[in-house]
Design a protein around this ligand. Structure first.
Ligand code: ZN
Length: 253
């Protein structure tokens, strides 16, 4: 059995239609850049899901959006406050390879890194309008994940007992979600297929989307395989501090 803690590692000013397809034009949200820490109930094994953004400055320069991160929100500072040595982390699962999800891989020198093969392939040859979010070499940039020795997954796979990754394309072609066994059932960390609770509550795809058809299939799969789905960029994750799951605020299906 595992417990999950959401870590607030910065924020993005997001036009709401990026989060909810064709909905909320012109509405500006300030949303968190979430990293999840999954700990075995006995505290002995720790897993990270996503590693946040490399720096707000670099993201802002490339994407022309506003990004923020205080000293306290730096992942290494958060770990220090939690009395966790990043070198203890043995497993890092990346939901996908956009810049705000794989920017601090270097902090975890002893971890195995898991990503979908399809995602790594697409990150090097994205559609023209997605070169920026991947910091793609196609526009002369170096992706934040360069240098990471990934272990590639093709489909669904159990990583550790009670921790399973499932391939859930939609937001990107190789997005994956993480299923976590907890005392209150199975949680699904959905990556950017579910940026906001609204995506699942109202069944609205994310606005930043590769395939809506795949998205609906992936959401059906997540609902079938889990009891609770957690979004990646919803401020409601941090309504109570520390942001532990299980707790009652999670969206019950
Ligand atoms: Zn994101």
């Amino acid at each position: 059995m595992w417990k999950i803690r959401a870590l607030d590692t910065g924020s993005i000013e997001l036009e709401k239609s990026i989060g909810t397809h064709l909905t909320g034009y012109g509405e500006i949200l300030l949303v968190p850049v979430t990293v999840f820490l999954i700990e075995k109930i006995d505290g002995k094994v720790k897993i990270i899901v996503d590693t946040g953004m490399e720096s707000p400055e670099r993201s802002q320069e490339v994407l022309n959006q506003h990004y923020f991160r205080s000293e306290e929100q730096k992942l290494q500072v958060i770990f220090k406050h939690l009395h966790i040595d990043p070198a203890e982390i043995g497993t890092v699962i990346l939901t996908h390879l956009h810049h705000d999800h794989c920017g601090n891989n270097v902090l975890f020198p002893h971890a195995r890194f898991f990503v979908q093969q399809e995602e790594l392939r697409y990150a090097f040859a994205p559609l023209p309008d997605e070169t920026k979010p991947y910091f793609s070499p196609l526009i002369g940039l170096t992706p934040s994940f360069m240098g990471t020795a990934f272990e590639l997954i093709d489909g669904d796979e159990e990583i550790l007992e009670g921790i399973q990754v499932i391939k859930t394309p939609g937001h990107t072609p190789g997005s994956q979600s993480v299923l976590v066994n907890t005392p209150e059932g199975v949680y699904c960390l959905a990556g950017d297929n579910v940026m906001l609770y609204e995506n699942i509550e109202k069944n609205i795809p994310v606005g930043h989307i590769y395939s809506r058809g795949d998205w609906f299939s992936s959401i059906r799969k997540m609902r079938a395989l889990s009891d609770h789905i957690l979004p990646s960029h919803d401020p409601a994750l941090f309504e109570s501090t520390p942001a532990f799951f299980p707790r009652t605020h999670s969206s019950k299906l």
